[in-house]
Design a protein around this ligand. Structure first.
Ligand SMILES: NC(=O)c1ccc[n+]([C@@H]2O[C@H](COP(=O)([O-])OP(=O)(O)OC[C@H]3O[C@@H](n4cnc5c(N)ncnc54)[C@H](OP(=O)(O)O)[C@@H]3O)[C@@H](O)[C@H]2O)c1
Length: 437
């Protein structure tokens, strides 16, 4: 049998401790599947005294993950520290430069430095595997990088943040407010004490930037992503969506258009009957549309120790199975040097249907003024519904408009015009409608 694969794990938190446990508990299966043993020979974390709930055997403790990355005592460096700078970046870079294979779950690091790190990995002829960085346990990277050769992707979109999907699911199912659902998510450990990163869309954007690069062969450009979070979604929106046959999801969408590639993260109305609308709670899903395959939807657990460890262990096993001297495939599907600068489509040119909810003074002429603003901007309406709004129903009304396909620029001009007309009693709400099967 070949020599054992020696693994060093940096970071022994939720994911790192789970990876160590799975490698220990499943050692016999992994040896059979890989044709060699996979052994944790080194570990690193901040606190050497903390009980990790797993027997780390004879693994050598490293205070400094960079020193562990460079030691000749490991073949694979597994980075599970997190963060886009500091020890995660310096240790991954050091490991690749030292000719070690790297496995990471760190989307923030890849979103910012993925291409530069891929260049080092490709130059050194080692693997940089990152299945767990996007949608946790769902094997989306492998699917896009390996199983879809020859396909041209037209759109990739998904529910990439379990916290947001959990909140939106409970808001719909139980009629609760955003704030109440967020508090519950924090109590149950689905949301961080500071939830901004998740609920304002940053986490989804990091994952989307990686999917965009794989889908379109572009350099990663996470800073360019149009982003809106879910904190301003209200019960009024959820109910109106339901009445109209839609469900609200926070989607990350990357799409090829005539004016470039759109990358956007925002609350989205999807048809209630579509497959992605059936993805509830903390579950993630990724839909990939291609010319050959049509639409593929992968769904499953997007976070948590075990689900994420499953993807990390799969990446380690791929390294254990790879033959010495074998030329590895490029990290992002194309050689890092060939990834093209990405041509950004302006959000104002986005084309699609729109849901617009207006709370207006109940007075003569308001309805006509709204209709005029729509017509002036060549927006054709699929439906327009008016009903009493809030506690002062005698004084204000809700007007809900659903447009046929139009552009973001036209909708913004129309809504700005309606706001200037001084008929609104509250901020207008605009939610984009996404086509989904
Ligand atoms: N949690 C998930 O469900 C999930 C899902 C997908 C991807 N990920 C990604 O996986 C990575 C790890 O996430 P996590 O949830 O496991 O984080 P975590 O529970 O906060 O664990 C982080 C670990 O890194 C260690 N660490 C921090 N600074 C260090 C340093 N300077 N040197 C060595 N070790 C250091 C910590 O040590 P101490 O324990 O001693 O403090 C801790 O063990 C992140 O990139 C995250 O985005 C997580």
């Amino acid at each position: 049998m070949a020599e054992a694969l020696r693994v060093g794990i940096a970071g022994l938190g939720t994911v790192g401790a789970s990876v160590a446990r799975v490698l220990r508990d499943k050692a016999a299966e992994l040896t059979r599947q890989c044709g060699r043993e996979v052994v944790v020979t080194a570990v690193s974390a901040r606190d050497p005294k903390r009980d990790r709930g797993v027997d780390l055997g004879a693994a050598k403790w490293f205070e400094d993950p960079v020193a562990m990355a460079q030691t000749a005592e490991i073949d694979v460096f597994v980075e599970l520290i997190g963060g886009d700078e500091g020890p995660s970046r310096s240790s991954v870079k050091a490991a690749l430069e030292a000719g070690r294979h790297v496995v990471t779950a760190n989307k923030a690091l890849l979103a910012k430095h993925g291409v530069a790190l891929a260049e080092i990995a490709e130059r050194k002829g080692v693997l940089l595997n990152y299945e767990a960085a996007v949608a946790g346990g769902i094997p989306v990277i492998k699917t896009m990088r390996e199983a879809m050769a020859g396909n041209s992707v037209t759109r990739v979109f998904g529910i990439l943040n379990g916290t947001c999907n959990y909140i939106l699911t409970r808001m719909e199912a139980e009629g609760l407010s955003f704030d109440d659902c967020l508090k519950d998510a924090q109590r149950l450990g689905y949301a961080e004490a500071d939830p901004t990163f998740d609920i304002e869309g940053h986490d989804t954007a990091h994952k989307l930037s990686i999917l965009t690069s794989l889908a379109f062969g572009t350099r990663i450009a996470a800073n360019d992503i149009y982003m809106e979070g879910i904190s301003n979604i209200s019960q009024a929106d959820i109910r109106a969506a339901g009445d109209l046959g839609y469900r609200i999801k926070l989607l990350g969408v990357a799409q090829r258009t005539e004016s470039g590639i759109e990358q956007r993260v925002h609350p989205t109305m999807v048809p209630t009957a579509s497959v992605i609308a059936q993805v509830h709670g903390v579950t993630n899903a990724v839909a990939i549309e291609t010319d050959i395959l049509g639409e593929l939807l992968l769904s499953g657990p997007g976070a948590g120790g075990n689900a994420t460890a499953s993807a990390v262990v799969g990446d380690i096993a791929d390294i254990a199975k790879s033959r010495p001297g074998f030329q590895h495939g490029p990290v992002f599907g194309l050689p890092a040097k060939e990834l093209r600068p990405y041509k950004k489509a302006q959000m104002r040119s986005h084309a699609g249907g729109y849901f617009i909810r207006l709370t207006v003074h109940d007075r003569i002429g308001v309805f006509a003024a709204i209709a005029k603003r729509m017509a002036d901007n060549e927006i054709s309406l699929e439906s327009i519904v008016q009903h009493a709004a809030g506690p002062d129903t005698a004084l204000q009304k809700t007007v809900i408009l659903v447009t046929h396909e139009t552009t973001e620029a036209a909708v913004r001009r129309a809504v700005d015009g309606i706001t200037r007309d001084d008929h609104l009693t509250d901020k207008p709400q605009v939610i984009r409608i996404e086509r989904a099967e």
